[in-house]
Design a protein around this ligand. Structure first.
Ligand SMILES: Cc1ncc(COP(=O)(O)O)c(C=O)c1O
Length: 402
């Protein structure tokens, strides 16, 4: 299922390191799989483009007829450029400014509103509009505390107990609520959390309160394995329960509604590789420190979330397994992709592949230490395409001066 070693090394020969390499076929396959898991005739998958906004990947998903979850005006503009029409985009930014609301609304994109005060201001300015409402599902789950979005400690969504206030505001401004949304977290650890959030949202999304619903949107968060022995969630079983719950709800509501999910990680995480070159090895009194030509600004998940990314030595796959700290080129001690990790013997000049680097890797990138972001290459149906050039030092400096 993964891109083989030869293809990865060939990409390095052609495009140098550091390099982000994506398997476009895998992205399309993961997107399509979701329709096999969740057998609801009116299922619509909104890819959460914050996970990876690579333009070629967006175009592949657009060709599949995918929809999008967007969180900033620039994401919406990029989505349009990739061919997505306004009716396939939802806008779920948080703490939106007036300007961005005006801009996104004027483009005909459905606003997903997650606070009472924003709802009031939106209604006042745009009475009679169609809207979606984001509620906090009051379920706490996710791969790390920074990416749990339900429960009292988060800034996201309207509390369910405030639903009657919501209904009052909606009536006052003659708004039409076409969708109700929740997102529990990213990297959900328990399938039960998905079911519980669905049930909680269904309790408040009654036909009496919201008679014009077209869809319920249950967010993203589908976990993928990052560690070699990590079990894959049984998404077929999970999909069957999701469909059962939704079917029951629709019967009660009196209409077959659309069901939306908005996964990011599930669609792109496993399709990405960050390829780096080792340039320095130190023996710190027995602790082997490996230095390479990338760093946490180019892949921050290990540092930010203690995330595990599997690392393979492409240049010496059959070498003796040894323990290493894999470090980057940034002036911070925490700049490590892996700590005390067993990897086939590493030598200076070797190419390492940091796997599962398709989601929240390039897209969370920065230029800390003024090291420009690397190139991105997409392989799809045998074609290798440079999707984005590496930023040069000169371009980086010029963009600062401009
Ligand atoms: C509102 C919303 N929807 C969808 C997602 C996608 O989550 P994931 O990539 O874990 O599927 C996120 C990510 O945090 C989100 O905030």
């Amino acid at each position: 299922m993964s891109l083989n070693r030869e293809l990865q090394l060939k990409a390095v020969d052609n495009f140098n390191t550091p390099l982000y390499l994506y398997d476009g076929d895998r992205v399309v396959q993961c997107y399509r799989e979701l329709y096999d898991f969740i057998k609801w005739p009116k299922l619509k998958i909104h890819y959460a483009m914050k996970a990876n906004y690579n333009f070629q990947l967006l175009k592949l998903l657009n060709a599949q007829g995918a929809a999008l979850d967007t969180v900033s005006p620039a994401e919406v503009l990029l989505a349009f450029k990739a061919g997505f029409s306004h009716d396939r985009i939802i806008y779920t930014a948080n703490n939106m400014t007036e300007d961005e609301v005006d801009m996104v609304n004027s483009l005909g994109v459905l606003m997903n509103i997650g606070s009472l005060s924003r709802l009031e201001r939106f209604g006042e300015k745009y009475p009679g509009s169609e809207i979606c409402l984001r509620f906090n599902p009051d379920v706490v789950d996710g791969g790390h505390k920074h990416i749990m979005t339900g429960g009292d400690l988060t800034k996201f969504g309207i509390l369910m107990k405030d639903v009657d206030q919501v209904v009052e505001i909606v009536k006052k401004y003659e708004l039409t609520v076409v969708g109700i949304h929740e997102h529990t977290g990213s990297g959900l650890q328990h399938t039960e959390s998905v079911f519980q959030s669905m049930k909680n949202i269904m309790t408040i999304a009654t036909v009496e309160r919201f008679p014009d619903l077209k869809f319920l949107d249950f967010g993203g968060g589908f976990k993928v394995p990052y560690e070699p022995n990590e079990a894959r969630i049984d998404y077929v079983a999970m999909g069957a329960e999701i469909t059962r719950l939704f079917s029951e709800y629709c019967t009660e509501y009196g209409k077959e509604l659309e069901m939306y999910f908005e996964p990011g990680k599930y669609i792109v995480a496993e399709a990405g590789y960050l390829l780096v070159e080792v340039n320095t090895i130190k023996d710190n009194n027995g602790r082997m420190i490996v230095g390479c030509n990338s760093g946490f600004p180019q892949l921050i998940r290990p540092m930010l979330y203690d995330a595990y990314h599997h690392i393979v030595n492409l240049s010496n796959p059959d070498g003796e397994m040894k323990k290493y700290d894999i470090c980057g080129n940034i002036c911070e001690t925490g700049d490590r992709f892996a700590e005390q990790r067993e990897i086939a013997e590493i030598r200076e000049g070797d190419i390492l592949s940091i796997e599962n680097s398709g989601a929240y890797c390039y897209s969370m990138g920065s230029v800390y230490n003024l090291r420009p972001m690397p190139a991105e290459v997409v392989i799809y149906e045998g074609e290798v395409k440079l999707a984005r050039k590496a930023v040069t030092n000169e371009e980086l400096i010029n963009s600062i001066l401009d």
